[in-house]
Design a protein around this ligand. Sequence first.
Ligand SMILES: [Fe+2]
Length: 485
Amino acid sequence: MTPAPSPTITPAAGTPAKGAPALGFSTLEQESVIDELPIQGELPPWLEGSLLRTGPARFEVGSRQMRHWFDGLAMLHRFTIAGGRVSYGGRYLQGRAYRAAQERGEISYGEFATDPCRSIFKRVQSLFNPGATLTDNANVNVTRLGERFIAMTETPMPVQFDPHTLDTAEVLPYATPGELTTAHPHLDRSGGAMLNYAASLGGRSSYRFFRVGPDSEKAEVIGSAPVRQPAYMHSFGLTERFLVLAEFPFVVNPLDLALARRPYIENYRWKPERGTRFLLFDRSSGAVAGELRTDACFAFHHVNAYDDGEEVVVDICAYPDPGVIEDLYLERLRAGKPLATAELVRFRLHPGRGTVAREPLAEEDFELPRINYGRCNERPYRYTWGLSCGESGFLERIVKVDIEQRTTKTFAEPGLYPGEPVFVARPGAEAEDDGVLLSLTLDAEAASSMLIVLDAAELRELARASLPHHVPFGFHGQFDRSLSG
Ligand SMILES: [Fe+2]
């Protein structure tokens, strides 16, 4: 692979700091509304709308510390771009997990890797009424369903919010058909419904896919498959024909989750001898139309998937094992320990032959992937944007991968730690990469965060809008053109 010319700026003399700056994992107390952020550079005149993001922002409750990056209490962030100006709103998601923390000063719901201190009585109570103990700390992603804006985590407790005020609504936007789900739903192009995954746990557990109409509160199960020990599932793939479940061998006995003797993720077990199994669900019938196996690996994120003749192409940010989950405990992150890195991998599934071929798509490590979703999801595509650690030990570079040419471009600046680069297409664009990237970035030296706007084709910086405070590292967000006022 020949790397393309790259605008990477290498750190100046001296040994660069390894790992993440601890500031990215420290609490942001302050909620704020700022009418106009100072801007350096120039925003494209066509760029209007709001970037909505969620992420952990509080890591202590009373005398307790959250243990894992994924545990922090959710704050919503809104960057509204209009008329060449950027305004900001930051507000804690006022769900029951947050309210209980505020009112009682204690952790009351089990998070990803942090549990409340529960008495035996409360444990038994939770066994018989699991819904009452599920967190709604929706710190992973946001989505739009019809006119509703929803923050999500991996429990069936999505939280609706007002995208202007960031107020939390006291309604459950829809009922999830299972106990676990993902914060990475897909859009059904025909009709604007949401497609998502759920695991129904019990005596007979199953993997499920479901659809929720844009104006509906009801989830319709559109496919299912029985499973004894469900795998940890963070996202899934979608092609024009199939829903693609990549089942990595990091699995849980549902009884262990019900008994809740340890925090949620610590009930999962790595069983590499099982390998990775791909399940293809036919989108029209819901039937399992293919089951294929390959070597064990682990991933959080699908990048994209599409049908290619007899084959199904599934692109994933893959790790050799789930060790990265250990790396994301706050103690390790704050100590600057390096992360395990993911590889951008293409799996070519041939359901007729039952074969799976694996090939790397980039030399750079690659996480928090985005694509030109509106144009390319479920279809052949050429570009993806994400973050890379390189030698640094933590995500500190924005990378564009040209999958066709197998080349990369990089944006980096010493002391800057960019977040997920969200692609926004230029209206009327012809080229797939004609648009901008929006990245909520921490400036470690200035101890504050900013929204960086890059030209998506060349990764050239166009503008930055600075906040007066830091925003703890988060995960995902979405840009919505309709929210420009
Ligand atoms: Fe994610």
